[in-house]
Design a protein around this ligand. Structure first.
Ligand code: ADP
Length: 291
């Protein structure tokens, strides 16, 4: 990529130097005007070509990281399920051990399902869709439902994942949108808060109204996010290269999906953190039905 940018910059500079020297030599009005026009076209072409090259290189890099992340995320649970099935087939195990194996296999198949769903959803959010499936949604009810599911799935107590509802009345809580999409966005935030809090799980979900819009804010006391990465984490396939989370599984699609869904609903999504080890807060803002 650096080569493409340097080459582009060198070509632009050479074109400028050559063109100016030619135009100054000729000192005639027609070649001067034509020279300036062609010169403009030439420079625009070179700049466009450089931008195109850089974009293509980025897309290729993203493609590679996608293949790596997804292949790994698909292979690992399948390999694990296979191993447990082989053990069950070849050995006589007692009931307790069997039960444990079944639980692990169920967890692995859940993981597999989540990866497949994330990939399908990421390709779906890129397409233009109409609003035919939109409906009135009570954000407080939906968030509560997602929190219950996440607590059960991750074996969390109500103290480990708390919910604070500051909405006053239905007006602050009701938004219009696609139920499945908003459920996915909130679930992604909750699952990230759990995943990136390996030591102490102190997750707080706050529902609050601000400037006529409704906010769902998920705060954790986990590994945190370096300030320089706060914007990048919303890019497709981007994962923060932190040592503390090198073993945490993921595809880098979760927050990309969250932002795409928030924007599709006329809202936004952003992350805040005081840095590594200091926890993170990710917020989704959605316009209210009755602003
Ligand atoms: P994934 O979790 O599959 O890697 P995401 O798009 O959900 O993908 O997140 C992108 C990156 O943002 C993660 O790899 C992680 O580094 C960082 N991140 C997201 N949520 C949190 C959080 N709550 N705390 C710390 N880091 C986070």
């Amino acid at each position: 990529m650096a080569f493409a940018i340097v080459l582009g910059a060198c070509l632009v500079t050479t074109a400028i130097v050559l063109n100016i020297s030619w135009i100054i030599h000729w000192r005639e009005i027609v070649p001067l005007v034509l020279g300036i026009i062609f010169f403009g076209i030439l420079i625009a072409g070179v700049v466009w070509n450089t931008i195109f090259l850089v974009r293509e290189i980025r897309r290729n890099e993203q493609h590679d990281s996608f293949i790596n992340a997804v292949t790994h995320e698909l292979k690992t649970p399948v390999a694990s399920i296979r191993l447990y099935l082989e053990t069950l087939q070849s050995r006589n195990l007692d009931e307790a051990q069997r039960k444990k194996f079944y639980e692990i296999m169920l967890d692995d198949s859940d993981r597999l399902m989540t990866t497949v769903e994330q990939v399908l959803r990421a390709s779906k959010v890129g397409h233009k869709r109409g609003q035919e499936h939109w409906q009135e949604i009570d954000l407080a009810e939906l968030t509560d439902e997602c929190v219950q599911v996440s607590r059960t799935r991750n074996h969390l107590s109500p103290d480990e994942m708390k919910i604070e509802n500051h909405f006053v009345g239905q007006d602050e809580s009701v938004v219009r949108g696609e139920l499945d999409d908003l459920r996915t966005a909130i679930t992604n935030l909750l699952e990230n808060a759990v995943k990136y809090s390996p030591q102490q799980r102190q997750i707080k979900v706050v529902l609050i109204s601000e400037g006529g819009q409704s906010l769902v804010r998920v705060a954790d006391k986990g590994v945190g996010i370096p300030r320089s990465e706060l914007k990048r984490i919303f890019k497709r396939f981007y994962r923060v290269p932190l040592r503390a989370i090198a073993k945490v599984k993921g595809t880098g699609l979760g927050l990309f999906i969250v932002r795409a869904i928030a924007e599709r609903h006329g809202g936004s999504a952003w992350a805040e953190s005081d840095g590594e080890g200091k926890g993170a807060t990710v917020t989704i803002r959605l316009p209210r039905l009755r602003a």
